[in-house]
Write a protein that binds this ligand. Sequence first.
Ligand code: NAI
Ligand SMILES: O=CCc1c[nH]c2ccccc12
Length: 296
Amino acid sequence: MANINTPIPVLKLNDGTSMPMLAYGTGTAWFKKGEESKVDQGVIDGVKMAIKLGYTHLDGAEAYKTEPELGTAIKEGGVPREKLFITTKVMQNVRDIQNALKSSLKKLQLDYVDLYLIHEPFFAKSDEDLQNAWAEMEALQKAGLTKSIGVSNFLPKHLEAILKTAKVVPVCNQIEFHPYLQHTELLDLHKKHNIATTAYGPLSAATKAKPGPADNFLAALAKKYAVSEGEVSLRWCIDQDVVPITTSSKEQRLSDYLRAATFKLTPAEIKQLNELGQEKHFRGFWAAKFDANDRS
Ligand SMILES: NC(=O)C1=CN([C@@H]2O[C@H](COP(=O)(O)OP(=O)(O)OC[C@H]3O[C@@H](n4cnc5c(N)ncnc54)[C@H](O)[C@@H]3O)[C@@H](O)[C@H]2O)C=CC1
Ligand SMILES: O=CCc1c[nH]c2ccccc12
């Protein structure tokens, strides 16, 4: 039987910092329809529940409008700030990144975040726009407002553009990643530059992308390891050095996800799941933006 007290593994990033390899997200199950100023107690309770269960890596964003709730939960969560790994991202205010992070920190009631990300590259009309935004990110890191800087939803061409002028290589690229969206070429580029991959939508093959060619194999692996198909999906990420970001409002589910730290898939199982996954393409987020840019 899995022991859910097994610690979550950590990944060493290219700037020397460490990232817990399972994160709790505040952006999807928690989609906020109303005004940001209207506090959603459900989000606060959800994050506090995650912290209580042992999640220390918390993923936020300016766009989610949940930074105030994330900040309150961090304050009330009972775990010292320095033991947490807090990410937030810039989207709406990407043309004024300095003030965007200052505003996010105020909402989060924090002096610094562990990781600040450019949420998506599609605002840029030229490579220069991306390069200028990245220079702003570097300045924020130098000023100590964020320990690490990275990107999200960048394709190879976007990464290559910023790497031409970057003084600091992004620590990570947060992308949609699951058996039906493996981004092989992008991950090769990440490896070449020691850029970590963080994965949103990691449960997709076991949830919204069903039915699919991996269904039977996921079910067999779940049976073998006495976990759910979702937990197999999370482990499939971890075993490939990819950091999954998941979420749920259900305590049992959130607790069960932690079992992903308690077992390991074999190289042959990973290979088979990869091969089955390649038989189907599924993208759950940003489809309109990506389809014009990429089918990987
Ligand atoms: N950078 C970006 O553009 C994006 C970042 N994110 C981040 O990643 C986090 C996680 O993203 P998700 O796609 O939600 O991750 P996910 O693939 O882990 O899905 C989690 C969702 O699946 C549901 N679920 C779990 N087990 C299920 C089952 N057996 N049947 C049906 N549903 C089930 C959960 O209740 C939850 O709503 C977000 O909260 C956000 O922080 C998400 C999307 C885009
Ligand atoms: O981060 C990506 C998905 C997402 C969830 N909520 C929002 C709100 C605004 C932009 C993107 C998202």
